[in-house]
Structure formats: structure tokens, C-alpha cells
Ligand binder design. Structure first.
Ligand code: TYD
Ligand code: MG
Length: 455
């Protein structure tokens, strides 16, 4: 019998300590230690896996196992790098209720239609067969090669995999699945790591394509150490905001494709619907002509997306103003407000300032700086910005307007959607001088010049 030893492990980074600690000395997170039982001789997992014994010349290696399953859900396939690579293991993370189970159920539905002679298995440790079947039915998944198994013990799941020999597997979720060989509680680092390791080995050696659903922690990472992300082939996150209906699927790591692509979905009564032409999706067209709104063109992956920024600036007679932002970094807005105060000489510090991104979109990067400034000034001056104008550029502390990348892709989209004016950095003009567009492009060098072109 192997010797057991109690030790404590940080659930964030995997650091091991013989004593319980309030704060991890390695990653600095508080309250992250949990009791784990280590078994002597157990740490060398992975050493004797199915790795080869010698090296191969490149032309001796065949690529057949990289065939892809194209589900037909194009937003999903694109994020996966052009379909799911057969025999790979993907980890999908996301907050509770965001739609991970729904998405994978729909994927199962597509695959069971696509491969009528293969079996598809959905293992749920959280919901009973009836609950899963009920959802499947609502989503129109009723092929008879689709199997549901309510189980959370890995060894039993493995027995069933050996019996059923499915081609595609979903484990919902990796945190509820436990291995009987590990004495620690479910969801702890050693359990999650062991199950993932076993699943990875099984997938590789049996050509099984699998998905594991992962819960996320408060700060939005998949529970368990980063180690988990290193073990699997692909890591995708399903995100979005629960008050809104859109969902973004984003690849964080992909051994079989790039990680730039983003899939956009909308949650509806009868499941997730793809948003295949998202560029106009985040605009609120009903309030054209109001002041305090500006439109910018962001890139999500390689796709341009038009986004509306709304600002409200009101005088505060009682001292320093409040700043409230939604979907945009608070500090970035504070900096842009300081730029306005300095270079436009407007008394913004005494104003209450609200900035909001329409549709629950979250801005990352700085491409929307110019649009935020335009919206703020428009609200302050109570003058609507010119209709059909797009503002695009980063603004620096000295008031200079900087160009954004992939400008020609954005110009194409703006032209296609019928916008008439584009306000960008003068330095970007060179890059698009050959693009055939009817859009009137105005280059500005200093942020103050925006006043000459925006109304
Ligand atoms: P779910 O896939 O269970 O989320 P997760 O697995 O990420 O926790 O879906 C959660 C929400 O989606 C749930 O609150 C109900 C909603 N929903 C719909 O609006 N329409 C549908 O067709 C389905 C299946 C779910
Ligand atoms: Mg779920």
C-alpha cells in the first residue's frame, strides 16, 4: 500500500506546503490552500505515457489524425481554427449560466447528425439524465446515436467509454468529475489535474475528440491552476454579460489554429443563435441625432465591429464630479477627461461624467479613445456629432492622435455599411491612400482638431 501524506496545496497556482497557509507564498493569493493527500510514488505521472521511444524524420510522420470535424456552426468552427481537430481535448471555461452546456449540446446535436454511424456521449456530473435530455430535446437534439450519462467518477466514465466507444465526448464539468484513485475532494487541484491528465491520455490513445467544461473562479480564470491550460490542446472561454443576450467565444490557446478569432452568439429561447454579420449588432440606430453618441470601429479577432459610445456630461455644482463608466476602463476615461480639460480648456473636472458602451460590449485596447472624446464633447456642447461619422484612434497624453492597426479592413467595413465620414490619425492616411472608398477620410494630428471636423 502506498504511503499517504497530508499536505496543503494552493488552488490557484498549485504550490505545495506541508502546513496550511493563509496566503500563498508563491502567488500571493489569500485563502487558497486546501488539504490534499499525496501518495508516495504518485508524482511521476506522465513519465510513462504513450510518448515515442525515438525520433522520426519529418516525412515519416503522417498528419492524418489532424482531420477536422466541421460542425456547421460557423462561429464555433472558426474559433476552433476551422473545425474541431479529431482526437484533441478542449477546455471551455465561462461563468455559470453563460451557456456552456447549451453550446456543447448544440455541437453534440450537429455532430450526431454529421456522423450517424458514430456515437456521441455527453457525461454530466451536475444534472441528471432527465435534465440533460430535456435540454437536448428543447434544442432539437434527438438522434439515436446520442448518449447521456449521469456520472462523476472518472473510472466509471472510462468503463463506459470502453464499452460504448464514442467518437465525441463532453464532460460537464471537469470540476465535478473525480478520480477514485485520488483521496482529495472533487474540484481540488490534484483531482482536476488527475482527471484532465487521464482524459487527455484517453483521447490521444483512442482518437476520441473531447470537450471538458470548466468552471471559472471569481477573477474569471478556469478553477484549478494554470497548469490545466498547459495540459490540454485548446482553451476557449465563453463570455458575455448576463443582462445582454450576446455571448463571445474566444480562444485563449489553440494548438491547431490561431487565437485571434472570436465567435459571436445570441442566447434565445430556443438556444444559441450565431451572429454571423455582427458589425452592426452593437449599434442603437433609434437615437440618431442625439448628442453624446459617437461610433467607432473595433476589431474582434480579424473582424471589424461597429460600436456605439454614449457619454453624458452634466455640471456638478457641489464640488468634484463623479465618473461612472460601463464597458470601458475607468482609468482610461479619467485620462481622456484630463486630456479634454487640458487641450480643449473645458472645465470637465467639475462635471459628472458617465460613459457607456451600447449593447454591453467591453472595450479592450485604445482604439476607441477618439470616439470617447468626441462623445464627451458632443454631450458637453449639446450638439449631435455628424451622422454617419466614425471616430477611430488612440489619444496620447500630449493630445496626439495615433493610428490603429488593420485600418484598411475597417475602412472596407465602414464603406460597406454606408458610413460617409471617417476621422482618424493623419499618420494613418498613408496606409489607406490606395483604398477605393467613397468615405470622406479626415486625418487629424492633434485631438483639438476634432472640433473642425466632428459636427
Ligand atoms: P447553460 O448552458 O446551462 O449555462 P452553463 O452551462 O454555462 O452554466 O445555460 C444557461 C442559461 O441559458 C439558462 O439560464 C437558461 C438560458 N437558456 C436560454 O435562454 N435558452 C435556451 O434554449 C437554453 C437551453 C438556455
Ligand atoms: Mg452547465
Amino acid at each position: 500500500m502506498a504511503k499517504e501524506k497530508i499536505q496543503y496545496q494552493c488552488q490557484e497556482c498549485g504550490f505545495i506546503s506541508p502546513k496550511w497557509l493563509g496566503r500563498c507564498t508563491d502567488c500571493g493569493v489569500w485563502n487558497s490552500f486546501k488539504e490534499e493527500v499525496s501518495i508516495k510514488g504518485f508524482s511521476a505521472r506522465g513519465v510513462d505515457s504513450d510518448k515515442k521511444t525515438h525520433a522520426y524524420r519529418i516525412d515519416e510522420i503522417n498528419f492524418d489524425n489532424t482531420d477536422r470535424i466541421i460542425t456547421g456552426i460557423s462561429e464555433f468552427d472558426r474559433v476552433m481554427g476551422g473545425g474541431i481537430t479529431q482526437g484533441s481535448l478542449t477546455l471551455i471555461g465561462g461563468e455559470p449560466g453563460i451557456g456552456k452546456s447549451t453550446l456543447l449540446m448544440e455541437v453534440c446535436g450537429k455532430i450526431s447528425k454529421l456522423m450517424p454511424n458514430e456515437k456521441i456521449l455527453y457525461v454530466s456530473g451536475e444534472e441528471s439524465e432527465a435534465q440533460v435530455a430535456n435540454r437536448a430535446k428543447r434544442l432539437g437534439v434527438r438522434e439515436n446515436n446520442f448518449f447521456i450519462y449521469h456520472q462523476n467518477v472518472w473510472e466509471k466514465i472510462k468503463d463506459e467509454l470502453n464499452r460504448l466507444k464514442p467518437k465525441f465526448l463532453v464532460i460537464d464539468s471537469i470540476q465535478t468529475t473525480v478520480s477514485a484513485e485520488i483521496p482529495s475532494a472533487g474540484g481540488t487541484v490534484s483531482q482536476v489535474r488527475e482527471v484532465t491528465f487521464e482524459l487527455m491520455n484517453y483521447s490521444k490513445s483512442h482518437g476520441l475528440t473531447s470537450f471538458a467544461i470548466g468552471h471559472v473562479t471569481k477573477d474569471g480564470n478556469i478553477s484549478g491552476p494554470k497548469l490545466l491550460e498547459h495540459m490540454v490542446d485548446t482553451v476557449v472561454y465563453f463570455e458575455g454579460d448576463q443582462q445582454h443576450f450576446y455571448r463571445l467565444l474566444r480562444a485563449i490557446k489553440n494548438r491547431f489554429g490561431n487565437t485571434n478569432e472570436v465567435g459571436i452568439f445570441e442566447m434565445q429561447e430556443d438556444g444559441l443563435k450565431e451572429v454571423t454579420n455582427p458589425s452592426g449588432y452593437f449599434l442603437d440606430q433609434s437615437f440618431q441625432g442625439s448628442f453624446g453618441r459617437a461610433i467607432t470601429c473595433l476589431l474582434e479577432g480579424t473582424r471589424p465591429l461597429l460600436v456605439e459610445i454614449q457619454a453624458l456630461v452634466t455640471e456638478n455644482k457641489f464640488g468634484t464630479g463623479r465618473r461612472t463608466t460601463q464597458g470601458v476602463d475607468h482609468n482610461r476615461v479619467a485620462m481622456l477627461v484630463a486630456v479634454i480639460e487640458k487641450y480643449f480648456e473645458l472645465p470637465f473636472s467639475f462635471c459628472d461624467i458617465y460613459v457607456n458602451v451600447v449593447g454591453g460590449m467591453k472595450l479592450e485596447g485604445r482604439d476607441a479613445d477618439l470616439a470617447i472624446i468626441a462623445a464627451l464633447i458632443s454631450s458637453y456642447q449639446k450638439k449631435p456629432l455628424s451622422e454617419k461619422a466614425i471616430f477611430l484612434g488612440e489619444v496620447g497624453l500630449t493630445g496626439e492622435v495615433r493610428p490603429v492597426n488593420m485600418i484598411d479592413t475597417r475602412v472596407k467595413e465602414i464603406t460597406k455599411l454606408g458610413y460617409e465620414q471617417l476621422i482618424i490619425s493623419e499618420r494613418a492616411l498613408e496606409k489607406i491612400k490606395n483604398s477605393k472608398t467613397k468615405v470622406r477620410i479626415r486625418g487629424i494630428r492633434k485631438v483639438q482638431e476634432i472640433l473642425n471636423v466632428c459636427y
